[in-house]
Design a protein around this ligand. Structure first.
Ligand SMILES: *Cc1c(COP(=O)(O)O)cnc(C)c1O
Length: 343
């Protein structure tokens, strides 16, 4: 693989900064399985307070955090409703079904990332021995780089509560939604029983997620985390990176959003590319002329990394790609597309 000089594949590729590494080196630690790690405890309490909730739980990944949440809400033979594009349905190796015996009920996502509430209502099963018990509505924000409108979340919650469902938010990029949407994290979080936040995406920590919510569900999730092999010992070393990220890297997400807009505008100059409107730190591009695989390969040969599948590219901005990287990428694209696809 050629070296990627400008890496737009994901906001997970960031490396811990010097300040973050210093915070990690200096972290006070203890055995977190005994509840003894002061830095882990501080991270959990800090994020819970930021979201206006009772308790938090530090987990090694967002996948495990979502699974622990789903298993806290749902038992064997229960069902959760989620979008067909939701990470907890499509990108977690079927963990809820395999490890939780929980059946997903997927609903197509609308172009704005929401789930039609008519479709959700129609998917909620009545109490009947033929059906799995519908227990939970799981939403994601941001989803595909898009921010869920707050009034939509309010209506979704009202529908869920009317039917006795729990509410889970996969907020892997919750703070991108906060920064872009002009609403507070507490306003969004107030509509959910559990909220999972990734520290390892745009916030720039090397790994980790925090599941936040009401205390009984979080305590259940703590037992499930142990069952899933996620009980960690001196995890304060990593939790310190998360605390550093919460203190230093939230407001600056606005820069990533500006950079993504600039990148999107640059790419939309080319008739060979169809660029979706940019809301946060992701630019979705469809290559509409020529061989998309060849375009990806040529970008890579020129040191530009993008995430690509079936002609659909995703370019993500983050801490480690700035204006210079965008200029460099646009220059390479210009060189490739001026005579594309004939050259
Ligand atoms: C990345 C991501 C996750 C999972 O996080 P990992 O730490 O990679 O397991 C969950 N949900 C969404 C929306 C994500 O983007």
């Amino acid at each position: 693989m050629t070296w990627i000089a400008h890496d737009f594949r994901s906001d997970t590729v960031t490396k811990p900064s010097e300040g973050m590494r210093r915070a990690m080196a200096e972290a006070e630690v203890g055995d977190d399985v005994y509840g003894d790690d002061p830095t882990v405890n501080r991270l959990q309490e800090t994020l819970a307070a930021m979201l206006g909730r009772e308790a938090g739980l530090f987990l090694p990944s967002g996948t495990q955090s979502n699974l622990a949440a789903l298993m806290s809400h749902c038992g064997r033979g229960d069902e959760y409703i989620a979008g067909m594009a939701a990470h907890c349905y499509v990108n977690e190796a079927g963990g809820a079904a395999v490890l939780g015996s929980i059946q997903p009920q997927p609903i197509p996502n609308e172009p704005d990332g929401t789930l039609s509430l008519e479709a959700v209502a129609a998917a909620i099963k009545p109490d009947d021995i033929h059906f799995a018990r519908t227990r939970l509505l799981a939403l994601e924000n941001t989803i595909g780089g898009k921010v869920l409108p707050l009034d939509y979340i309010e209506k979704a919650e009202a529908l869920a509560r009317q039917h006795g469902l729990g509410m889970h938010l996969d907020g892997a990029r919750l703070f991108n939604a906060v920064v872009a949407g002009g609403v507070s994290a507490q306003q969004i979080a107030s509509h959910f029983d559990t909220i999972s936040v990734c520290l390892s995406k745009g916030l720039g920590a090397p790994l980790g997620s925090v599941l936040v919510g009401q205390r009984d569900l979080i305590e259940r999730a703590r037992r499930i985390r142990k069952m899933l092999g996620g009980g960690m010992r001196q995890a304060g070393i990593v939790a310190a990176a998360g605390l550093y990220a919460l203190e230093n890297n939230i407001d600056r997400l606005a820069e990533d959003h500006e950079n993504a807009k600039r990148l999107g505008e640059g790419l939309s100059q080319y008739p060979q590319l169809k660029v979706e409107p940019v809301q946060t730190n992701m630019v979705f591009v469809t290559v509409v002329e020529g061989d998309p695989q060849r375009f990806d390969d040529q970008l890579r040969e020129n040191g530009i990394g993008v995430h690509s599948r079936y002609g659909h590219q995703r370019w993500v901005t983050h801490l480690d790609v700035g204006k210079k990287d965008i200029d460099a990428a646009l220059q390479v694209v210009d060189g490739l597309l001026t005579h594309w696809p004939d050259a």
